[in-house]
Design a protein around this ligand. Sequence first.
Ligand SMILES: Nc1ncnc2c1ncn2[C@@H]1O[C@H](COP(=O)(O)OP(=O)(O)O)[C@@H](O)[C@H]1O
Ligand SMILES: N[C@@H](CCOP(=O)(O)O)C(=O)O
Length: 348
Amino acid sequence: MKFATDAVRVSVPATSANLGPGFDAAGLALGVRDELSFRLLPTAGAQIEIHGEGEDTLPRDESHLVVRTFRRALDELGLPQAGVELVAHNRIPQERGMGSSAEAIVAGVSAAVAFAGYGDEARDFIFDLAAHIEGHPDNVAPAVYGGMTVSWDFEPKTEVPITDAPSSKESNVVPVSGDAALFPGSTEPFKGGYHTVNYPVGDLINAWVFVPDYKLSTEEARKALPLEVPRTDALFNVSRVALLPAAMSGASGRDTNALLFSATGDTLHQHYRSSLMPQSWELMTFLRAHGYASTISGAGPCVLVLHEGDDSAALTNLLFENWLSAGHWRMLHPAIDRQGVLFGPEEA
Ligand SMILES: Nc1ncnc2c1ncn2[C@@H]1O[C@H](COP(=O)(O)OP(=O)(O)O)[C@@H](O)[C@H]1O
Ligand SMILES: N[C@@H](CCOP(=O)(O)O)C(=O)O
């Protein structure tokens, strides 16, 4: 395959994963974007210019996450490993729980796709490859498709209903000859791997993100999670996450803010991580004590609030004295992003 163009542009939104109960599954795209341009160079290697977030911390060599994933995607697409100039204007706070690593991965894959000359039809390819590189699909899906997404990892060999009680662990794995045989008439092949669906988000749903002045890497935050959880906690999250789409639609015929409050409850992950981000935990519980549907955003330490109606003034009043005035927190009020990644050839 050959390059279809020698310069491309990519724009990727921030994302908030989990939305409380939907650990590694639910996500929401937010209107804060990183903008990147890529140009092929006649010589090998990467020349990197960074403005904004990460300009003092990110590497300027082949270890840069965007460049690494760009190279991986070139291989997958059968394109040669050319030299590349990358200019990044970054607005998404990094290591804060706003999906910056997913953004970087989606940007690298999307750039390769644009160089190959593909457009919207390649969105599923971008999602699939980016989610495999990231290792969990919850940020990648809204970064690619926009809006609210719920994603899952489908494993045909283990998702066949078991009719007989398994006598051993091995007997839980039922061999399946072909996916089509399992789902006759399905127009979508139920292939193994990551899948996602979009749920509607009501026009009146607002999101605020409170960004602290400290960082927490997702890798560290994942280490704090136990391998097993009590059944009562699992049951709690099942009902809450099932409520999320109805609450986020704003069209359930019920009090949306009351539904959002219940639908953002979590007992599976946030409290295990609270000692890594005590200030964020305190802000989240304070907001919930005042009736706001508040969660840790992604792995933290940002705090997300979801609410029907624009409550910016009330939130500022509530938080100014004890939280915002000292300058340790920034309050963002991004739009819900409904487009996901934008990519294509650089216009002349
Ligand atoms: N815009 C970016 N460009 C290059 N690398 C990035 C970018 N954003 C994030 N990264 C990489 O991802 C890491 C942060 O990932 P992570 O801990 O998952 O935080 P987040 O919650 O923001 O996704 C950074 O330390 C950096 O290595
Ligand atoms: N489900 C993941 C989400 C991580 O999101 P990020 O924005 O913090 O990278 C987790 O909770 O670990």
